[in-house]
Design a protein around this ligand. Structure first.
Ligand code: HEM
Ligand code: HEM
Length: 416
């Protein structure tokens, strides 16, 4: 299955990663493009990072498709040489992000950059831990696996997603973030709770019981940073609904924020032992994965790209295609999550009732049909998005587009 979804996951990792670069520059009040133009060395590091990332993704897909993998190490299935390209890409990007933050003009580090910088610090720790030779098998492997899985989604994808939201939302709404203090509270409480919750992936396993209990308690504690961030974004958006409706980037961010709220709150609830006893190993988890990774991270990445790419290239996307992209992706992921949530619950209840395994297949079957429809909608939305990326990157510019880009100062597209 990893072969199926790893390329999609990696593609969005790449997007959120590039947005992290750009956001870090702008958050520092130094101007992303200006910095890159003035320092050719840094520009070449950015290009190196981009190539390393693309090579890693291509080689990773080819090797996995050919059956070459790092055994059953979930989310680090790439063989070591491929992984090395990814580590190189992350290191190059970290150099750019940190040297830019060091050169900032303001004394304060803007909250968006706390998250982006934090993501880079954490990913290095996670990557090193994942490679420690003593923890590649046995119970140590399980403990490290839990640490690795959840910090990869929580301290890398989520940190970059939140960093991008903290940058894009105030920028497009042209108003400051509602509360800096809520941002700081969210950041530190996430740092407190998240690193310890990985064992909730292995409840009822031979891992020490107290580690599992701690993971459940801290999973519930995650409500604090999640609600702090969502409350902050919501209050920033409050009263701006007409601007959001007219924009083509902000609705993606809006969906991202809502999904972050529901997906993470769902995570806190599903970590409770009595519920894990039903939902673990079922499709419910896959529904949760997509509500968060797709509904939150991917939507925020799309919002960031629609906000920033036209500003960088002076080229606009096609509005009809943007609408189709948004609605197909939103309907698709909603149907996907609802179908798998019901299917997973039925599977878990059937297994718990002691019925034959085949009964759980029969119970889930209709929901797998709607999952297929949902997946087709999601796939179609990606085609519309790909065409828009072409328009925003390579399409010949029309005079009207240039005028509208010039009118908006080349900073934000006219309709955001
Ligand atoms: C912040 C609060 C969150 C909590 C308490 C939480 C809790 C959980 C739990 C308990 C599971 C295990 C389900 C099982 O194996 O039965 C899980 C799985 C998962 N979560 Fe979350 N979650 C949270 C947020 C997120 C976010 C923000 C993301 C993505 C950015 C995410 C991505 C995933 C993924 C991909 C899995 C599946 C892992 C696997 O393949 O086994 N979660 N989560
Ligand atoms: C067209 C869009 C997509 C479709 C149709 C799709 C479908 C699927 C399917 C069928 C699985 C395997 C589920 C299983 O083992 O039963 C899966 C797993 C997964 N996908 Fe997607 N996916 C899509 C996009 C994405 C994207 C963009 C991301 C990340 C940003 C993502 C993240 C994941 C993760 C983390 C898992 C593992 C979940 C787990 O084991 O709990 N997917 N996906």
């Amino acid at each position: 299955m990893d072969v199926l979804w790893a390329p999609a996951r990696d593609a969005y990792q790449r997007h959120i990663f590039r947005l992290g670069h750009y956001g870090a520059h702008r958050n520092c009040n130094v101007g992303g493009r200006a910095v890159l133009r003035r320092t050719p060395a840094k520009r070449s590091i950015c290009w190196t990072a981009l190539w390393l990332f693309n090579i890693a993704t291509a080689l990773g897909s080819i090797t996995l498709d050919s059956g070459l993998s790092n055994g059953s190490q979930e989310y680090r299935e790439w063989i070591f040489p491929v992984y090395a390209f990814l580590v190189g890409a992350i290191l190059c990007s970290a150099v750019v992000v940190f040297s830019t933050i060091a050169k900032r003009r303001d004394r304060e580090i803007y909250i968006g950059n706390w998250y982006i910088a934090g993501g880079f610090i954490f990913i290095s720790m996670i990557a090193v831990t994942a490679l420690l030779p003593g923890y590649q098998k046995g119970l140590g492997q399980v403990a490290v696996q839990g640490f690795y899985i959840h910090n990869a989604v929580g301290m890398w994808f989520t940190f970059l997603g939140l960093g991008v939201t903290y940058y894009v939302l105030p920028k497009l709404l042209n108003k400051p973030i509602y509360s800096y203090s809520l941002g700081v509270l969210g950041f530190w409480t996430q740092l407190l709770f998240y690193p310890m919750i990985g064992a909730h992936h292995f409840e009822f396993s031979p891992l020490p019981w107290w580690i599992q209990t701690l993971a459940v308690i801290f999973s519930i504690g995650m409500i604090v940073p999640v609600w702090a961030a969502v409350g902050n974004f919501w209050m920033t958006m409050n009263g701006q609904w007409s601007t959001i409706r007219r924009s083509y980037a902000l609705p993606f961010i809006w969906v991202g924020v809502i999904s972050y709220f529901f997906g993470s709150t769902q995570g806190s609830i599903e970590a409770v032992r009595e519920l894990q006893a039903i939902w673990h190993f079922t499709n419910f988890t896959v529904g949760h994965s997509h509500l968060t990774m797709y509904g939150f991270v991917t939507f925020v990445a799309w919002g960031g790209i629609y906000a920033l790419l036209p500003a960088a290239t002076n080229r606009q996307p096609n509005l009809v295609f943007t609408g189709l992209h948004f609605w197909c992706a939103l309907l698709g992921v909603s149907l996907y999550v609802i179908s798998l949530t019901i299917a997973g619950t039925l599977q878990g209840l059937t297994w718990a009732s002691g019925s034959p395994f085949v009964a759980s297949l029969a119970a889930a079957q209709p929901y797998w049909l709607s999952r297929a429809v949902a997946g087709t909608l999601m796939f179609a939305s990606h085609i519309f998005f790909a065409y828009n990326v072409y328009l925003m990157t390579f399409a010949p510019q029309r005079a009207a587009q240039l005028r509208s880009a010039a009118a908006s100062g080349g900073v934000a597209p006219a309709r955001t």
